[in-house]
Design a protein around this ligand. Structure first.
Ligand SMILES: [Fe+2]
Ligand SMILES: [Fe+2]
Length: 249
């Protein structure tokens, strides 16, 4: 198992591990992101078995013990399975997540108390800020949320736009089509009346980079990509509930 490092934005590093056994024949990548700031942020931990490879990748960028904040989209193994290994390796680090994740799971699962963030709350990490945004059940998990780095307008969007294969670290081509194809394989998204409106709320941030956990990250009009993804989920729920009138956001 080897983890590739690519700088996808100003001191924003994508740490990517390809696992060919998942979703063959294309395979599947598991990405973490490291923001190199005065108070460095790791977004996604990876599963426990991935920790040796991912932490070795971090060590090529900075000492692992410098990590200050640890975030992730929701409580699943690939997002946070190794969180306690990171907490042990970086003694100053704290997990950040929304109130739901903290109260429902992390106060129990994490070896140190997490810092709970309210929807829209920001943290100054030194010359840049990260904002936490609640996205309950989007793409899945009651506690789901994303991080937005305001300086580079990078949205760390977790499992949104998940797609298969080991493509380039960063593309400027369409990622909505591959995401729709992957959804047809995995059906990983909780399809509810709030799915599309929640994604459109993220589009309003006008992100310039979408940092994707599974697949290539995207640089370009992130708002347009998010609206296209929301439109897709609108079509999906209308197809699933024929005859129902759903009020768009
Ligand atoms: Fe997930
Ligand atoms: Fe994931």
């Amino acid at each position: 198992m080897s983890t590739q490092i690519t700088e996808i934005g100003d001191r924003i590093y994508r740490l990517s591990t390809f696992v060919p056994e998942v979703a063959p024949p294309a395979g599947f990548v598991f990405n973490q992101f490291l923001i190199d700031a005065d108070e460095p942020v790791l977004f996604h931990c990876g599963g426990r078995r991935m920790f040796p490879s991912v932490s070795a990748a971090v060590a090529k960028i900075m000492p692992v013990e410098k990590i200050r904040w640890i975030g992730f989209g929701h409580v699943e193994s690939d997002e946070c399975g190794s969180m306690n290994l990171w907490l042990a390796s970086a003694p100053q680090s704290e997990i950040i997540h929304g109130l739901t994740a903290c109260h429902v799971s992390l106060h129990d699962l994490a070896d140190r108390p997490p810092r709970a963030m309210t929807d829209g709350e920001s943290i100054d990490i030194g010359s840049r800020r990260i904002r936490y945004i609640d996205t309950p059940h989007v793409p899945h998990g009651w506690e789901a949320g994303v991080l937005f780095e305001e300086t580079t307008r990078t949205l760390f969007c977790g499992d949104l736009f998940t797609h298969v294969g080991n493509g380039p670290a960063l593309v400027e081509t369409d990622i909505v089509g591959p995401a729709m194809a992957a959804e047809d394989i995995f059906h990983a998204t909780s399809l509810t009346p709030s799915t599309a409106p929640s994604i459109r709320k993220l589009a309003a941030l006008k992100p310039r980079t979408l940092a994707v956990m599974h697949g290539s990250s995207y640089r370009g009009d992130g708002g347009n990509a998010l609206r296209a993804l929301a439109d897709y989920y609108d079509r999906q729920i209308h197809a699933a509930l024929p005859g129902r009138v759903l009020t768009p956001a």
